[in-house]
Design a protein around this ligand. Structure first.
Ligand code: AMP
Length: 545
């Protein structure tokens, strides 16, 4: 027997309609690409979103068309999220930090009809334009006064397009499973793969990340600044979730350096923020050098890569900020687990609490987890058994976009998605990532976790950043090489770093060599690029050979 409840579809425009109706005067603040801070209300945002929906319709965008964006976190990008998906088209957010070949690949693979770009990316698009086959038009996200000279064919101006349109738009009654947005994985291995989100998955994910335990704890009493780009899995869903909760939204534009972030965090009295460890290490550097303190920030969500213990400690001790460690993936919309502490752990010592916080957190409601061995057999959640993490849930991809080979490789017979992360899960449900399947160091038939070694090394006071890769070894198969960036002014030695690690990891885990570099290569999403590091040290001879 069916229940007798209304079956109203979950559609993305409902998120911004709600904000306009019930939080109409709450602000969306942006650091614009042109320079000044821009502010308007959800009510004004919604009026412009309707104009944009009319403009897209006039351009000939139809249901199912892919419309791409190449833009920073700003109000026009925010408008595009809702207008494109609202009319039934698909908002493809291009990560401009991808290699040029990858950008060309994804634009052609997605068959984008239009690209909306910030002025910052006009030159990049000019250089790629001849290879972007299906693109019919480019819209530069600025006003007439800032319109650049460009060789892009028939480039249009965003504000000019909006000017002549009406502020009312009747949203089509779409099926909630209609595709709404498309993001490609950052492609650290192989070619980028497309995750195609639906209206339903986006709305459910938004509702979930608003909740206190599940992620970002958004509400109308909160001011949230996503320091993760809107081209990286929708800034972890915040631009959708903020209007759904009535939170004030602060969009930091192109500037994610410590000083610029600090300025916005303080000026706008930001209470909640989210981003990758690299961004937060930059902010901590700035705070240390300037002697400034964070006066309003309460919660800082860190994810995308493992949060070092030293980062958690410094934010908590020096700035009174609660760190919430989270894990997710492009294929998961992206939030999968978050580490807000349960009340029963509050009485633990600060160090013991941080030991829990450095894990990647518990599954949020809606996300099912299991760990399996090489044969696909389930392993217990005992905090010791290590295997590949598999996931299932309503905002997790069930296939890759137009990519049957990648799909066949990533999903098991029961529909679970193989994350490629190697983890243990403790009896409380805390997930601890020990590695990416491909980054493990297989030494003498045993596994060494590069992440554990990196975390331990990151605690060395003279090191700013550290990465561990496997180097071929005639006796052991592979052995770890530690590549580290010294902190400004410090001159650590390899022997001192290895000594530092002695009481932190098993003896046979100690790196066979330590190499100091000025900088580590990062991927387009701010993670250390193990791929590039491995290329750079290909053929490296360890002293232990
Ligand atoms: P992406 O799809 O680019 O967001 O990358 C997802 C991958 O990033 C995951 O499969 C993990 O390997 C890694 N990742 C995300 N969050 C964390 C975290 N908190 N700790 C360690 N690795 C993480």
């Amino acid at each position: 027997m069916h229940g007798l409840m209304m079956d109203t579809p979950l559609l993305t425009p409902s998120l911004i309609v709600y904000a306009a109706d019930y939080h109409g005067d709450t602000e969306v603040v942006s650091r614009s690409v042109e320079g000044p801070i821009h502010r308007y209300s959800y009510r004004e945002a919604y009026a412009r979103i309707q104009r944009l929906a009319n403009a897209l319709t006039r351009l000939g965008v139809r249901e199912g068309d892919r419309v791409a964006t190449m833009a920073w976190n700003g109000y026009r990008h925010f408008e595009l999220y809702f207008a494109i998906s609202g009319i039934g088209a698909i908002c493809h957010t291009i990560n401009p930090r991808l290699f040029h070949e990858q950008i060309t690949y994804i634009v052609n693979h997605a068959e984008d009809r239009f690209i909306f770009a910030d002025i910052t990316f006009v030159e990049l698009l000019e250089s790629l334009q001849v290879r972007l086959g299906a693109v019919e038009g480019y819209v530069i996200m600025t006003d007439a006064a800032h319109m650049p000279e460009t060789t892009l064919p028939d480039a249009m101006c965003y504000e000019t397009l909006l000017e002549r349109e009406a502020e009312e738009f009747a949203w089509p009654a779409l099926d909630e499973n209609t595709a709404s947005a498309l993001c490609y994985t950052s492609g650290t291995t192989g070619r980028p793969k497309g995750a195609l989100y639906s209206h339903r998955s986006t709305v459910l994910h938004s509702l979930s990340v608003c909740t206190v335990d599940n992620a970002i704890a958004l509400s109308s009493r909160v001011t949230v600044l996503p320091a993760v780009p809107m081209f990286h899995v929708h800034a972890w869903g915040i631009p959708y979730a903020a209007p759904a909760s009535g939170a004030k939204l602060v969009l930091p534009g192109a500037r994610l350096d410590g000083e610029s972030l600090y300025e916005l965090l303080e000026d706008e009295r930001v209470t909640h923020t989210a981003g990758v460890p690299t961004v937060w290490l930059g902010l901590l550097d700035y705070l240390r050098e300037s002697g400034n303190k964070l006066n309003h920030l309460e919660d800082l969500l860190v994810g995308g890569a493992a949060a070092p213990l030293s980062l958690i400690r410094e934010f908590e001790e020096d700035h009174g900020v609660n760190i919430v460690h989270a894990w997710g993936m492009t294929e998961m919309s992206p939030v999968g687990t978050t580490g807000r502490l349960k009340r029963k752990f509050e009485s633990l010592s600060p160090e013991a609490r941080r030991e829990i916080k450095r894990k990647q957190g518990r599954a949020i409601y809606g996300v099912e987890l299991k760990i399996v061995d090489d044969r696909g057999t389930r392993l217990p959640h005992d905090g010791k058994s290590v295997g590949q993490l598999m996931v299932r849930g309503p905002w997790i991809a069930r296939a890759y976009y137009k990519d049957p080979d990648a799909t066949a490789a990533a999903f098991d017979d029961e529909g679970w998605f193989a994350t490629g992360d190697v983890v243990n899960i403790d009896p409380e449900g805390h997930v601890q990532i020990t590695d990416r399947a491909k980054d493990l160091i297989k030494s003498g038939g045993e596994w060494i976790s590069s992440i554990d070694l990196e975390n331990a090394a990151a605690g060395h006071p003279d090191l700013a950043e550290a990465a561990v890769i496997a180097i071929a070894h005639p006796k052991w198969g592979e052995r770890p090489l530690l590549v580290a960036v010294p902190r400004k002014g410090a001159q650590p030695t390899g022997a001192a770093v290895v000594d530092f690690l002695r009481d932190k990891v098993a003896k046979w885990w100690l790196p066979d060599d330590v190499v100091f570099v000025d900088e580590l290569p990062h991927t387009a999403t701010g993670k250390v690029s193990k791929l590039k590091l491995r290329e750079r040290f290909a053929g490296y001879k360890l002293p232990t050979e």
